[in-house]
Design a protein around this ligand. Structure first.
Ligand code: NAD
Length: 392
């Protein structure tokens, strides 16, 4: 274990437990040593509870803390995983960065852009390694699209994500003691999640950027609010979201997100176009594009003539445990080998996925106004939307 990277997980809830499982597997491979876990609630640090979701974990020499700063001073980790609700940051990222400790931050890094800028500046000033939890970037199919798009222009990209209101009993923050939702389902609550587009749609936004190798220039959004009388039982996040992204390279992105209650239904539809091709998710990942030199051909080509397999099925789960383990393993190796190329994002670059979803909220609240990301980040016009609201 001597050369293993000393790591700590801050926040041992739904996602933290998945990171503990990944890191326990990396510990078995002697790539890391889980030096410490931090959570303000003692029950979340109990070995048996952790093992129910992270079966590879054994407490062993892992030390347990209720406070981040105490843990840092005592356990002196080389790298930490921040896995706490996005409205709960209180300068910890800045303080940890200032001590030269590498940072894996779960998305969304915070809900307040001014705070996110301070976090990013602290990370860059310290020159530490950082990454944000967009594990889809480590999925082989998504990477095949990223590779296919090299040197091509994205003309349109679409994600339809049909889900339902988040389930009960999966969250571990005692929100009821902190003025949050009584049922702990903070992802359905606007003050805690920033809306489902910020908390969850940020993944699809990042994937559009990863696939297209492009960044969002502007956003226009329109939401359908949940009726007031349903808020107590279902949270106050909107039921439906339509978000349009204009990309810097001229392409358009469409993100349709729905969260009705009681449906218990999940489905997705995704594609990406170049001016001369359509990438589709089928049993295999395929691209439709005619490559004959006689374009336009005299007869409409057969499906076989235009269909090329980019990656063989079955499709891996881009959100699943493999990509979660891979993003952590690559992060660890990038630090040990001092090789930033092993990381597929940084805290700073990931702000280009976070700013568009925060700006989508602004667009919706201004009646669908087109919000340019550069202006959202910098102009006085949007200053009030970048700040943490008083009292939160
Ligand atoms: N990448 C992904 O696929 C993915 C999936 C789920 C959640 N997430 C993200 O992970 C983060 C955590 O979400 P979750 O689902 O685990 O929530 P959760 O409520 O289940 O767990 C959060 C944990 O953090 C602890 N915590 C709160 N404040 C803390 C602090 N200051 N110091 C230490 N611990 C603290 C809580 O007690 C709780 O155990 C969120 O940002 C969420 O968006 C990412």
């Amino acid at each position: 274990m001597a050369g293993a990277l000393k790591v700590a997980v801050i926040g041992v809830g739904q996602r933290g437990l998945q990171h503990v499982e990944s890191l326990a597997q990396l510990q078995a491979d002697e790539e890391v040593q889980i030096a410490a876990l931090v959570d303000p609630y003692e029950e979340n640090l109990a070995e048996e509870k952790i093992q129910s979701k992270a079966p590879s974990y054994k407490q062993g020499s892992t030390r347990l803390y209720s406070d981040v700063d105490e843990m840092i001073a005592d356990a002196k980790p080389d790298a930490v995983w921040f896995v706490i609700p996005p409205n709960q940051h209180r300068g910890e990222i800045e303080r940890v960065a200032g001590l030269g400790i590498s940072i894996f931050a779960e998305k969304p890094q915070s809900l307040f852009y001014d705070e996110i800028k301070r976090q990013a500046d602290a990370i860059d000033d310290a020159g530490i390694a950082s990454t944000v939890g967009f594990q889809k970037r480590y999925d082989p199919w998504y990477t095949a699209i990223h590779d296919y798009m090299e040197g091509k222009q994205m003309s349109s990209v679409m994600t339809v994500s049909l889900g339902s209101v988040e389930g009960h009993g999966v969250k571990h923050t005692h929100t009821e003691e902190q003025g949050g939702p009584a049922n702990r389902v903070w992802t359905a609550n606007r003050a805690w999640s920033g809306t489902s587009i910020v908390e969850a749609g940020i993944h699809q936004t990042d994937q559009m950027r990863y696939w297209s190798r492009d960044d969002v220039e502007w956003v226009q959004a329109s939401y359908v609010n949940r009726p007031d009388h349903l808020h107590d039982a279902q949270g106050d996040n909107p039921v439906a979201y339509t978000v349009i992204y204009g990309f810097k390279g001229g392409g358009i992105g469409n993100l349709i997100f729905t969260k009705p209650a009681k449906s218990y239904f999940n489905q997705r539809y995704e594609y990406i176009h170049t001016p001369e091709s359509h990438v589709a998710f089928e049993d295999d990942l395929v691209v439709y594009s005619y490559s004959g030199s006689d374009y336009p051909p005299s007869d409409r080509p057969s499906v076989e003539q235009v269909r090329t397999v980019l990656a063989k099925g079955p499709e891996p789960s881009a959100m699943g445990p493999e990509s979660t383990r891979d993003i952590s393993r690559q992060f660890v190796r990038s630090i040990v080998e001092d090789n930033p190329d092993l990381r597929r994002n940084s805290f700073r670059s990931s702000m280009q996925s976070l700013a568009p979803v925060l700006a989508a909220n602004v667009s919706d609240s201004l009646g669908g106004e087109r919000v340019y990301i550069d202006e959202f980040e910098n102009s006085d016009k949007y200053a009030q939307y970048r700040q943490r609201p008083a009292g939160l």
